[in-house]
Design a protein around this ligand. Structure first.
Ligand code: NAD
Length: 264
């Protein structure tokens, strides 16, 4: 056996749930541009969409032809997907957001038997920003620095602040050793009084088709430092998920985050 045979891994057969969704279509593009993976198939609730690969009605059928599943669908699928993939022994990259405690418990249970990467944001830039935000929170205490987070998204977005803005706030709070729910200040309007001494503030802007912009600011009486991330294209989440999939194939069972994929 030569060195090449020892080093190279077989091409990863990736199954994509919700192949016709916004993220499903992006994932098909990201997989097509990887030399280490192929699209094994997808699940779809509608007959139209990507006709160049097999579409299955159920995740059981998809799991049978895949080495790993990338899943950006809807919270209502999570418990079934967790049980099915645990039983099939197939690795799982999970991007679906908004899980309840019960759904998260099903993911945690599956991860005792299969490798799982779960992240609310698969962008490497945001993952790094979260790590930096925690360090900034620890180094720049609330007694000296006011922490504020500004986010801007497309006009169709229905929730505010964004999940990523809240994750940045959680990271700052963790760095400061407090709970975000105890210090969060958002939606200031009218006669609000001065900001709370220990507050972590949020402001949300909406307009056009902006994919996602987040800025974290720390302001004291004598200086200001800001950290900004801008996503230009949803493709960044799909590329991050494929990167996570390629990393995951060499990992034992367990629950991992995007920070593990990046080695942070
Ligand atoms: P979308 O509505 O465009 O697509 C969802 C897909 O899931 C569709 O193909 C739909 O048919 C399928 N689906 C929905 N309910 C289903 C069910 N019960 N059974 C089987 N299939 C079902 O949504 P989207 O923009 O692609 O986002 C999907 C999910 O990914 C959301 O939870 C979103 O918040 C999340 N998301 C996460 C990240 C990240 O980086 N983690 C990035 C973008 C989106």
């Amino acid at each position: 056996m030569d060195t090449h045979q020892i080093m190279s891994l077989p091409v990863l057969r990736i199954g994509v749930t919700g192949l016709n969704g916004r993220m499903g279509q992006m994932l098909a593009l990201s997989i097509a541009s990887s030399s280490e993976a192929i699209l094994a198939g997808g699940t779809s609730r509608s007959p139209t969409g990507n006709s160049s690969c097999p579409c299955f009605q159920s995740i059981d059928e998809l799991a049978a032809v895949s080495d790993l599943i990338i899943d950006f669908t809807h919270v209502s699928t999570v418990i079934n997907h967790a049980r099915t993939l645990e039983k099939a022994g197939k690795a799982w990259v999970l991007g679906t957001t908004g899980l309840s405690e019960r759904e998260q418990a099903a993911v945690n249970q599956a991860a005792t038997h299969i490798p799982v990467v779960q992240a609310a944001n698969f962008s490497p830039g945001v993952t790094l920003a979260l790590s930096l935000a925690k360090k900034m929170g620890a180094a720049l205490p609330a007694s000296l620095y006011d922490a504020e987070i500004v986010e801007m998204h497309h006009r169709q977005k229905v929730d505010a602040p964004s999940g990523t803005a809240l994750a940045i706030g959680e990271a700052v709070a963790e760095g400061r050793g407090v709970r975000l729910s105890d210090v969060r200040e958002s939606g200031r309007d009218g006669h609000t009084g001065p900001r709370g001494d220990n507050a972590i503030g949020f402001a949300a802007l909406r307009g056009g088709q902006i994919v996602g912009e987040h800025t974290l600011l720390f302001t004291s009486g004598t200086e200001q430092i800001s950290l900004t991330h801008k996503a230009f294209d949803r493709r960044i989440f799909a590329d991050g998920a494929v990167r996570a999939a390629l990393w995951l194939r060499e990992q034992p069972a367990g629950l991992y985050g995007m920070e593990d994929v990046l080695g942070l």
